[in-house]
Design a binder for this molecule. Structure first.
Ligand SMILES: C[S@@+](CC[C@H](N)C(=O)[O-])C[C@H]1O[C@@H](n2cnc3c(N)ncnc32)[C@H](O)[C@@H]1O
Length: 255
């Protein structure tokens, strides 16, 4: 590990707005703020919004500045990335921001029923080979349901046609209420309204935009009731190699 990363990790241990509970540290352990984030950390009764796979936390910090009456929590397993957002939130004294370093597979161990109002998924890895690792799969929806309010909102912002198509099909197949969908966010109705969505660009988003890729956006609700099942459809794989993403397989489609 580089010296820079080690320094960041050591510094982050002292940050009051960071909670570090990777999977390995959670065996046989319960998280004592589960169901009590407002009471014990934020000290208010405002809604909570999560950014899952937050990377450097641009959405977590950016939205927190735009909406001081809402609490935001960025979640990622990579501490060196999270450091950037956590440090900025501390330096700017943002009281409505926290970061949780953990594996999203166990996210339901950190929040109680109805504790979270919305989830942002920003430029998530499309995980074209393994549906169980895809953050918009029914595997993850089942976990999100355990702590999201009934009909809580999920936002997906992505470069990936594969992830966008898969998620649209998953939403349709399970009759989840669709609120907004565009394959070209910056030339959509939302851009005309100059939504705050357009004011915040993540690290990965900027890289994709430089490559000339469209930014896709999907917003839907997740009701508590109804069985969730996977759509059985073959989807064309993305044609390009992604930053830090694994090599493309020789197949041209995947479920
Ligand atoms: C492609 S990056 C996007 C980061 C950031 N949202 C952006 O747009 O710049 C995906 C991020 O999701 C995180 N991630 C993916 N799967 C995860 C999982 N199962 N648990 C925790 N973090 C995960 C990775 O560590 C990585 O930082």
């Amino acid at each position: 590990m580089s010296k820079g990363k080690l320094q960041k990790f050591a510094e982050m241990e002292t940050f009051s707005n960071v909670f570090q509970y990777p999977f390995a540290a959670m065996e046989g352990v319960s998280f004592d703020m589960q169901g009590f984030w407002r009471e014990r950390f934020f000290h208010n009764d405002h809604p909570i919004i999560l950014e899952l796979g937050c990377g450097k936390g641009e959405y977590t910090v950016g939205l927190a500045k735009l909406y001081p009456e809402i609490n935001f929590i960025g979640v990622d397993i990579k501490g060196a990335r999270m450091y950037t957002g956590a440090k900025q939130a501390l330096d700017e004294n943002l009281q409505n921001v926290a970061f949780l370093r953990t594996n999203i597979e166990i996210i339901d161990r950190f929040f109680g029923p109805d504790e979270v109002q919305e989830i942002w998924l920003t430029f998530s890895d499309p995980q074209m080979k393994n549906v169980h690792k895809r953050l918009t799969s029914t595997f993850f929806m089942a976990r999100y349901r355990r702590f999201l309010t009934d009909r809580g909102i999920i936002h997906l912002k992505t470069d990936s046609n594969f992830l966008f198509t898969y998620t649209s099909l998953m939403v349709e197949h399970n009759h989840l209420p669709l609120l907004f969908k565009t394959e070209d966010l910056y030339h959509s109705q939302l851009s005309e309204e100059h939504s705050p969505l357009l004011d915040i660009r993540t690290y990965y988003e900027s890289m994709w935009m430089e490559r000339g890729l469209n930014i896709r956006y999907l917003q839907f609700q997740l009701p508590h009731d109804g069985q969730l099942t996977e759509p059985e459809v073959e989807i064309p794989l993305d044609e390009y190699r992604s930053y830090h993403r694994s090599k493309r397989s020789s197949r041209s489609t995947s479920k």
